[in-house]
Design a protein around this ligand. Structure first.
Ligand SMILES: C[S@@+](CC[C@H](N)C(=O)[O-])C[C@H]1O[C@@H](n2cnc3c(N)ncnc32)[C@H](O)[C@@H]1O
Length: 280
């Protein structure tokens, strides 16, 4: 399958830093360009915890998929899936059940092409090049339709996505639109950025990070816990509910891992919330 460009194409411009490739860089991936690394280095100067934001989010996503697999979910729609890196959704899921179906969606060219390459021989996973703000282009895409049966439970994953979706695109309405396309018993997983619990120093460093991203044309929108909670309308939150990302089912992580300890002591721990809701 050769991915087709989305309605709102994000051209490949290697001179211009890009949030997807910078995230890959923070996670230790190798799919960034000099422009991405230059801005990432500036961001690390003003907000030294930025790698932990990425790492904590990625670790949360892993625990989410493990939980959903334990609940019998075998279909995943991963919105804003990013550049493939260690611990991709299909790797975690298909290790347990190779028949698990995964559709990745991203609007960033590098993310989509690397995913397509990685999934070339995988009959049960695919990537759709689309802008999630146009749900029809995702939900009606032939690849989505080929792999996912919306008459049965689907897991909608929005990990580290909605911080890039401005209020003018009505994130609550967007989430509701995807949720309503899914059968009862589906799951909605969201992680996103917040500064509600940040101490003054961390809040100031985060403001520096946001300013640098904005200068690069990648606006980031931290949200309040209340707003994030409202995105789970129409679902029942799975225990432990909406928590700081690092705390969400943290007991299921390998706490002897030194990376876990580094995350636990980083101010980044206070900068994001996540939850899973079960669609009524
Ligand atoms: C921080 S990364 C998260 C990647 C992955 N979901 C994870 O949690 O590890 C955010 C991703 O969302 C993608 N993204 C942001 N806005 C998007 C949009 N409107 N449509 C599709 N993808 C989008 C970016 O290209 C990027 O790859």
């Amino acid at each position: 399958m050769t991915p087709q460009p989305p309605t709102y194409v994000r051209d490949l411009d290697i001179e211009k830093p890009n949030a997807a490739r910078m995230y890959d860089y923070y996670l230790g991936g190798s799919h960034s360009f000099a422009s991405d690394r230059a801005l990432a280095a500036q961001v690390e100067q003003v907000a030294p915890f930025v790698r932990h934001i990425a790492g904590i989010n990625r670790a949360w996503l892993r625990r989410v998929v493990e939980y959903l697999m334990s609940q019998g979910v075998r279909q995943y729609l991963d919105l804003g899936s990013g550049i493939p890196t260690v611990g991709n959704v299909h790797e975690i899921a298909q290790r347990q059940d190779p028949a698990t179906r995964v559709v990745y969606v991203d609007y960033e060219a590098v993310a989509v092409h690397h995913a397509a390459e990685l999934l070339r021989d995988n009959e049960n996973a695919t990537v759709v090049w689309a802008d999630v703000r146009d749900p029809r282009s995702v939900l009606e895409h032939e690849e989505t339709r080929r792999l996912l049966d919306f008459g049965r439970p689907v897991a909608l994953l929005c990990a580290g996505l909605l911080l890039f979706v401005g209020d003018e695109y009505d994130p609550a309405g967007l989430v509701a639109g995807y949720r309503d396309a899914c059968a009862s018993g589906s799951y909605l997983a969201i992680s996103t950025m917040s500064q509600d619990e940040a101490d003054p120093k961390t809040a100031e460093e985060l403001a520096g990070l946001l300013a640098l991203y904005e200068l690069a044309g990648e606006r980031v929108y931290p949200r309040t816990r209340e707003t994030i909670g409202s995105w789970f309308a129409g679902t029942e939150l799975v225990p432990p509910g909406l928590t700081l990302l690092h705390d969400w089912r943290g007991e299921t992580a390998d706490q002897s891992d030194p990376v876990w300890t580094r995350h636990a002591t980083s101010p980044a721990r206070l900068l994001g919330y996540g939850a899973i809701g079960r669609v009524r």
